[in-house]
Design a protein around this ligand. Structure first.
Ligand code: C5P
Length: 201
């Protein structure tokens, strides 16, 4: 039977780490759906038409490391508002969500649009300040130049764009369990997520 864990939430709330840890713990394949939008954003930055880029995307060829820059994150949230881009990326995600052995997918619209029947839905969130500090530390650790105030503005702008778009906006599914990680260590957040999944497994 398929067992999909859908993990949604705003940028830098910890959903990537949580999704990876849940996938490892339960031995499930993991898809970071943000990488699909980042790959399209990266191509748009190179002058490609985002809709053609999304239609031609080979999800098996995503280079996660190269796609995790602040500039590409911004481009991703710009192309993510285009209905044809989202439409081109839906099938791959739905097929992944329905894998027979189960799957973990994280993103913005997994519990609401991609896998509304997911066995477990988590909405991972945290205050803008906490998320900006985490993203800032992450960028510095990667050797990218980073300014905390700028990161906070970028995170807030991306939140707004993700929440206010008409198609597949960032919103918690009605049946999602909200996990606020503002005052949690990443270990505590992972533990809470694993407990929530274990309860339904
Ligand atoms: O999760 P990540 O920060 O990599 O996502 C980059 C951007 O891709 C998000 O800000 C959002 O605009 C878009 N996205 C989306 N739907 C998803 C995953 C990501 O619109 N399921």
């Amino acid at each position: 039977m398929s067992f999909c864990v859908a993990i949604d939430g705003p940028a830098a709330a910890g959903k990537g780490t949580i999704a990876k840890s849940v996938a490892t713990h339960f031995e499930l394949p993991h898809l970071d759906s943000g990488l699909l939008y980042r790959a399209v954003g990266a191509r748009e930055l190179q002058g490609e038409d985002p809709v053609s880029a999304a239609e031609a995307l080979d999800p098996s060829e995503l280079d996660a490391e190269k796609l995790r820059t602040a500039e590409i994150a911004k481009a991703a949230s710009r192309v993510a508002v285009i209905p044809e881009v989202r439409a081109a990326l839906v099938d791959f995600q739905r097929v992944f969500a329905q894998r027979a052995g189960g799957a973990v997918i994280d993103g913005r619209d997994i519990g609401t649009v991609i896998a509304p029947d997911a066995a477990v839905k988590l909405f991972v969130t945290a205050s803008v300040e906490a998320r900006a500090e985490r993203r800032h530390a992450e960028l510095m650790a990667r050797g990218e130049a980073s300014d905390l105030a700028q990161v906070r503005d970028d995170v807030a702008a991306r939140d707004r764009r993700d929440r206010e778009r008409t198609l597949s906006p960032l919103v918690a599914a009605e049946d999602a369990l909200t996990l606020d990680t503002t005052d949690l260590t990443i270990e505590e957040a992972v533990e809470a997520a694993i407990a929530a999944v274990a309860a339904k497994r």
